[in-house]
Design a protein around this ligand. Structure first.
Ligand SMILES: [Zn+2]
Length: 711
């Protein structure tokens, strides 16, 4: 403690010296919500584009109201663009431009009763990230594509560029008539000019934040769809025509699902999705979501790599992020945790309970990986240098898991009433975590401060050590639960509910919920007979790590009888008893017969790892079953045997498979058992087109393995 005080004292002196810069004790800047002295009301952006010259010029007419008395200077964010003049009612105003801003002398004092309109003329002749001019290449047409997140609108529009302000906007875009132009809101008109150009007028009447501005220009194919009266369109490259229905066709159904879940009708004039040659994943621009080219995959990809959730996730942002918007970036989770939880809700609704549970498990593990390998920090976190720093697995996956647990604690009815009320109450506003907590209190009547304190304002997650014993004489089950996460700085002992499931003979099951509060808790249950299985966290509501040693009989029972998450866990835990004949029999049975692919795949991997050589025929059967993910696990397990006699089999698999993941495993397997004579096969196989070049990468890996062996 002493050392921290010294550091704090030292920092106090520093902060007095450098008033402008605030840092936490690790040297990371503290970035609170930005202050402003005016409220921007409307941006009327008129721009002309020349794609050949990669040049843009035009103006932004800004309508604003001061938030103070005596406003005489308007400070706008502006980077890279060059201001040429500023007018107010036709009168030129003097201005000063710096690297990051333009300061406009308003030539009189305005107060909060005034509505002021000024026009800033400017041009852009530099390459910037906020708006890219992209050359044609292969199937990709030449295009202009924006990416305003999180603070790049200012690179091509002089404006107030922070999410705590919301504005309406008009985009009046002139460009060569061969292009189509997409922006937020409603298309008011397209006018043909008599010089080979057209002017597209888009109006976004309802206010939103500047990072949600979207502009795309290209010779797109526009495929029209709808949900009732709501236009739903897909702006894609012409080469993607055959893929549109498969990739985007569920969009209206997803919107409809969220209309029902949130009990708030889709808030915008239309919903467009547009392909960008610039994006990696997606960006939820208001009513005009940008999606990277990688979203359009061929018919074979989805079986291995689940991409549909990205479409669902960005749709969910139309409410969570666009309708209500994090007021400043420490409240990012209001956008991303809800976006991520919503894509989970879609997966669960559309693909069924097991896929939903598996999705949740992946989200938990994705967060845990970051917690162990990068950092553990509160979800609501002001210590960041760039807003993007807050877009991480804490604000996406951990937050989504915490919403899932919150829903469990409140019950479905209350939880969904809270989130619906929150959207209605704060529609078209910028919001904070505190707004959400207040709404939760108002609607549920419950003070949930403790929940947010534990899981949103502090770092970490629970780590349980669970053990149990059975007293046959007293017929008592004793369960001991120890919370071990307080080994990490700032991570509390949690007040948390946990359900214990007790499985008895004749399919009898008892589920009891207990509230844990202390570091160590003992639970005693009086039963009629010794339980077959005692499940910790029945229903899998907690984001947790845990150790829970079980004997082989219980694990065998669990591997065959629990829910998907429990079966998967038991199959992996049976490692400990791998020498027991019953373990192999259990894995063999599950590898071929479990109802869910992830459990079968785990069992296949276990058989391969411990008994592969004597189970080649089982692994081969698994390598031809219906799920490509199980086939992938099977070919990987076979490959690990490094058995040269299987080489032709792998080549056959490669030639017959339609799954890129299985093909890739087959190539790596050839590398493991092959020699230099197989390199030509791998080289030619690597030329096959595949999702994210996974086949090419696998061929290279196979070749590297062979070369390593021959060193
Ligand atoms: Zn998102």
């Amino acid at each position: 403690m002493k050392r921290i005080y010294t550091l704090l004292f030292f920092l106090t002196i520093i902060s007095q010296l450098i008033l402008a810069q605030k840092n936490d004790i690790n040297g990371i800047p503290v970035s609170p919500e930005r202050s402003r002295d005016y409220d921007a009301i409307n941006y009327r952006v008129e721009l002309s584009f020349d794609l050949n010259k990669k040049y843009m010029e035009g103006s932004n007419t800004i309508t604003f109201t001061p938030l103070c008395h005596g406003l005489s200077t308007l400070k706008l964010d502006a980077q890279f663009l060059t201001v040429t003049d500023v007018l107010s009612n036709g009168t030129p105003l003097s201005y000063k431009q710096t690297d990051d801003n333009v300061f406009i002398n308003l030539q009189r004092n305005y107060s909060y009763n005034d509505t002021v309109v000024i026009t800033v003329h400017y041009y852009l002749d530099k390459e910037i990230n906020g708006l890219r001019f992209i050359d044609a290449e292969g199937d990709r047409p030449e295009q202009v594509s924006s990416n305003c997140f999180p603070n790049k609108a200012r690179q091509w529009i002089p404006c107030y560029d922070f999410p705590n302000d919301k504005v309406s906007q008009e985009f009046i875009i002139t460009t060569d008539s061969k292009y189509k132009v997409l922006s937020n809101g409603k298309l008011i008109s397209i006018n043909e000019n008599n010089n080979g150009t057209s002017t597209w007028y888009w109006q976004q009447e309802k206010p939103h934040s500047t990072y949600l501005i979207s502009l795309s220009i290209a010779d797109y194919l526009v495929v029209k769809d709808s949900l009732g009266d709501l236009p739903v369109n897909y702006w894609v490259y012409k080469s993607m025509a055959d893929d549109v229905e498969r990739v985007f066709g569920k969009t209206p159904y997803m919107i409809d699902l969220y209309n029902h879940i949130y009990r708030y009708e889709f808030p915008w004039d239309k919903y467009d999705q547009v392909i960008s040659g610039y994006m990696g994943g997606g960006a939820e621009a208001t009513s005009a979501t940008l999606l990277g080219e990688g979203i359009v995959t061929d018919e074979y990809t989805e079986q291995d790599y689940y991409r549909e959730y990205v479409i669902a996730h960005e749709i969910a942002h139309q409410w969570w992020g666009d309708l209500i918007t994090c007021r400043s970036w420490e409240h990012t989770w209001l956008n991303e945790s809800f976006g991520t939880y919503s894509d989970h809700l879609y997966t669960r609704y559309d693909k069924g309970r097991d896929e939903g549970d598996y999705d949740l498990l992946l989200k938990k593990n994705t967060y845990l990986d970051e917690a162990h390998n990068r950092f553990m920090r509160p979800i609501v976190y002001m210590d960041y240098e760039h807003p993007g720093d807050n877009f991480n697995r804490h604000t996406y996956q951990k937050g989504a898991c915490m919403l899932h647990l919150l829903r469990h604690i409140l019950g479905d009815d209350t939880f969904f009433r809270v989130i619906s009320t929150f959207l209605h109450r704060h529609e078209f506003q910028a919001v904070t975590t505190y707004d959400f907590i207040k709404c939760l209190k108002d609607i549920s009547g419950k003070n949930m401060d403790w929940y947010f304190d534990q899981f949103f304002f502090r770092p970490g997650h629970p780590v349980f050590n669970v053990s149990k014993s059975w007293d046959a004489t007293k017929k008592e089950l004793n369960i001991t639960i120890i919370q071990e996460q307080d080994k990490w700085d700032g991570v509390p002992i949690y007040k948390i509910p946990v359900s214990i499931g007790v499985y008895l003979e004749n399919d009898k099951k008892i589920v009891k919920e207990f509230w844990l509060k202390e570091k160590k808790e003992e639970i005693v249950l009086q039963l009629t007979s010794k339980p077959l299985m005692v499940r910790f966290d029945e229903g899998n509501f907690l984001l947790k790590e845990w150790t829970y040693k079980k004997d082989i009989d219980e694990l065998l029972f669990q591997a065959n009888n629990d829910d998907m998450t429990g079966r998967l866990w038991a199959v992996e835990q049976l490692d400990e008893y791998q020498t027991d004949k019953r373990t192999l029999e259990c894995w063999q049975e599950i590898a071929e017969n479990d109802s869910f692919w992830a459990v079968r795949a785990a069992a296949v991997s276990q058989v391969g790892k411990f008994y592969g050589t004597s189970n080649i025929s089982l692994l081969k059967r698994a390598a031809s079953e219906k799920s490509s993910k199980v086939r992938t696990a099977a070919v990987r397990a076979l490959g690990d045997l490094k058995n040269p006699s299987l080489k032709d089999y792998y080549k056959q698999i490669f030639n017959q498979e339609d799954s890129y993941a299985v093909k890739s495993e087959a190539l790596i397997a050839i590398g493991k058992c092959g020699n230099t004579r197989d390199i030509s096969f791998l080289e030619s196989a690597g030329r096959q087109k595949s999702y994210r070049d996974v086949v090419y990468n696998a061929s290279q890996e196979g070749i590297t393995i062979i070369k390593e062996k021959n060193k």
